[in-house]
Design a protein around this ligand. Sequence first.
Ligand code: FE2
Length: 471
Amino acid sequence: MDERRAIVDFFQKQGILIQPDAVEFLINSGGMETCKKIFGKLTEKPFIISLWDLQKLLERKEEKRGKERIKKRKFVILRDITGNSTCGGDVKDFVCLFKNRYERLSEMVKKRQEMRNAVPIKKALKVRDEVSIIGIVRDVRKVKNGTIIELEDYDDIIPVYVPSEIDSSLINDEVIGIVGKKTNELFIAKSVVRPEIPVRRQRNFSSEEKYVLFLSDIHVGSKNFLEKEWDRLIKWLNGKNGNERQKEVAKKIEYAIISGDLVEGIGIYPGQENDLEIVDVYEQYEKLAEKLSGMPEHIKLIIQPGNHDAVRPPLPQPSFEEEVKNIFSNLNAIFVGNPCYLEIDGVIILSYHGQSIQDFASNIPGLNQNNPTKIMREMLKRRHMAPSYGGISPLAPEREDYMIIDIIPDIFVTGHVHVTAVELYRDVLLLNASAWQRQTNYQKTMNLIPDPAKAIVVNLKNLMASIMQFS
Ligand SMILES: [Fe+2]
């Protein structure tokens, strides 16, 4: 506790605010000594230091040395809302949330080449030259051959016309930069600049061959739970089915990440009671614990909630209350929130259930929930998992925006749409981790076509993914 205080004080004395997860990171990577080193590396004094800034500063040092990260940590939770919620449900808190989002994302946009000379909107309203501005998108209106948005920064708001050939994927509450020119009434966009992630980057790998199993959407308690297929998965994990190579892989699985919707829950969608085999949510978790107890002991379970689980619905979702956790007390399990950043042997994993995949699909032409990795790319471009307020996925008024993707993960995994998908985008491995439920009538009406009973395994030594099928 003292070290934490000392680190915060150290930066405060220099007039720098340090974010809580950055403090955690420093404690784990050398404490005060590293603080001093980092301070010495700052070319300018920032107002706020994030985990992302620290990692960048340390990476630079390591690149020079041509070495990998200083020390590979076995297992660390890098960021999680659990225990850190400040949510009071006040409208004021939403102001804080959006301010925090704007501050952090506009900093990222500013780093883009085209945005180096960005001016405040107030100034752009007065000049007729080409300028760059940065703001948060409000009120997206489709018009003939384009979109009209209101772009807002700290002091002003400007109506911007974005022709379709420039960009037709603008959504509410994302933070963007725009290069353009003011005409009589509108600012006409010449290009749209997003925070994005770099094309290339040094990926992190584990030093030894070890595997992570990615599972999601088990939906225990539903009549459509694929129990037979699940039991086959457990058999494989115990070395009792599969070919020699597959049995070898099973032995080397050290972690299983379950990205939400562990049980079917109750009262989640209209008419759900007809699909339930177990009507009590606690009994659903008991059955789940029984189904998970078949996993071999050498596999550590990382359990994350989703929209069907017994935690608050708005994002970010904290992990389960003790009452639910206790049901799993015999298992080798760690409970995390949704979303959650993890580091396993140096490899950074972002796990998010994926509720907002549907928001992206309904707001951006050409996107479809049956193709979730394409939507995950859009999240990375915006460096945000759920920008739009007031859509399908509710947001909680936290003072800090936990949906921001400021740390670039090596693996980004979602679930929710029951699809099995693997894709590499700009050196980030994108996964959608299948499901263990056959198509429900509700999904049929939502045009959701599942690809269930599959498991994705990733070797952390080379970040190669393979898919095992159990149907
Ligand atoms: Fe879900």
